[in-house]
Design a protein around this ligand. Structure first.
Ligand code: FES
Length: 142
């Protein structure tokens, strides 16, 4: 008889405890991985391995850097940020539909250009890198 009354209580208690643990655990994050340093590499934009960058809105991760093609009118423009989220290090992806970088794990959103966190739980901005295009060569550097 006692177990019959205990079961509904546990049904609600266990998810409640799980939620509290997740929230408290979340508050201890945001230490963030350091953004990669000494970044300086080039990509051949004609290479098939970099074909994700052949169209406006394309993106790819390489060397722990997220590279995004975000054209301005007729000009090819590229942006680069650290690939991992500053909250709990999940790999980020570019949402071309709203020009933001999204983390799939807890829903953070970051600004493509500045790396600023637009929506938490992350607080720390992304490390950003310079880019330059010379012919078909894209350079990503600090
Ligand atoms: S790791 Fe959770 S929002 Fe990025």
């Amino acid at each position: 008889m006692k177990n019959k009354h205990l079961a509904p209580t546990l049904k609600y208690l266990i998810p409640f405890i799980f939620t509290i643990v997740m929230v408290l655990n979340g508050c201890t994050k945001n230490a963030g991985t350091s953004a990669p340093t000494n970044v300086d590499f080039t990509l051949d934009l004609n290479s098939s391995s970099n074909s994700a960058l052949s169209k406006n809105g394309g993106s790819m991760g390489i060397n722990n850097i997220l590279i995004i093609r975000y054209d301005n009118g007729l000009t090819k423009r590229f942006y680069a940020t650290q690939l991992s989220c500053t909250y709990a290090q999940c790999n980020l992806s570019y949402l071309s539909s709203d020009y933001t970088i999204q983390c799939p794990c807890h829903g953070c959103l970051f600004d493509v250009v500045s790396g600023t966190c637009l929506q938490g739980p992350a607080i720390k901005p992304l490390g950003i890198y310079k880019t330059s295009v010379n012919g078909n060569s894209l350079r990503i550097y600090e």
